[in-house]
Design a binder for this molecule. Sequence first.
Ligand code: CTP
Ligand code: CA
Length: 225
Amino acid sequence: LARGESPQDLAGRNVVVSAGGTREPLDPVRFLGNRSSGKQGYALARTAAARGARVTLIAANTGLPDPAGVEVIPVTTAVELREAVVAAAAEADAVVMAAAVADFRPATYAAGKIKKKDGKEPDPIELVRNPDILAEISAVRPSAGQLVVGFAAETDDVLVNGRAKLRRKGCDLLVVNEVGERKTFGAEENEAVVLGADGSETPVPYGPKEDLADTVWGLVAERLS
Ligand code: CTP
Ligand code: CA
């Protein structure tokens, strides 16, 4: 759809989108991170705004410019992302978790920079689990009738893995990408299948992240009405 031609099917709706990738600090100069660019989440925020929604974008380390007309809340870690999503979800009609959330964080944070010790191998890094934000929001449904959407990058048996993940998370829609080679990370384009808890399966051909975003919002709008 060209600019200004978007359906206004999210008018009066309040949506929350998370984007980017969390960073889990080890010490003041180092972190564990991932390669999520944030582009898919930003495309979701822009297209939702174009369809008339009030949009809160919770952005983890994207370095991307704020989309016009969108409230942007910057966060760094998974724990901060959870706080921001839980707070924003209280009044949201839809929550879309496009962010890559670190599954683990270092068990301890070193207040001073970790230094090499003469002739010694480094200590192993102990990790602990981060909260599962998508599963939590799906279970709690902070606002009545709320729609919850997750994203998953899978390899191998993509659809089987996607179906299992959709059930495990308890969300309404799961956007499943197949990862590998040129696909997904940092790319401008994306290819996916959107799985619904109602059994629906919507393929989205390889194309701009805006097109995938518009397909997601179409499915959300149809389920909200
Ligand atoms: N997610 C989340 N909180 C986490 C991990 C993931 O909210 N701690 C969300 C992501 O934002 C995404 C969805 O869950 O929308 C699926 O992420 P994924 O990493 O595929 O799921 P995991 O349950 O972590 O499974 P895996 O072990 O395959 O990484
Ligand atoms: Ca994960």
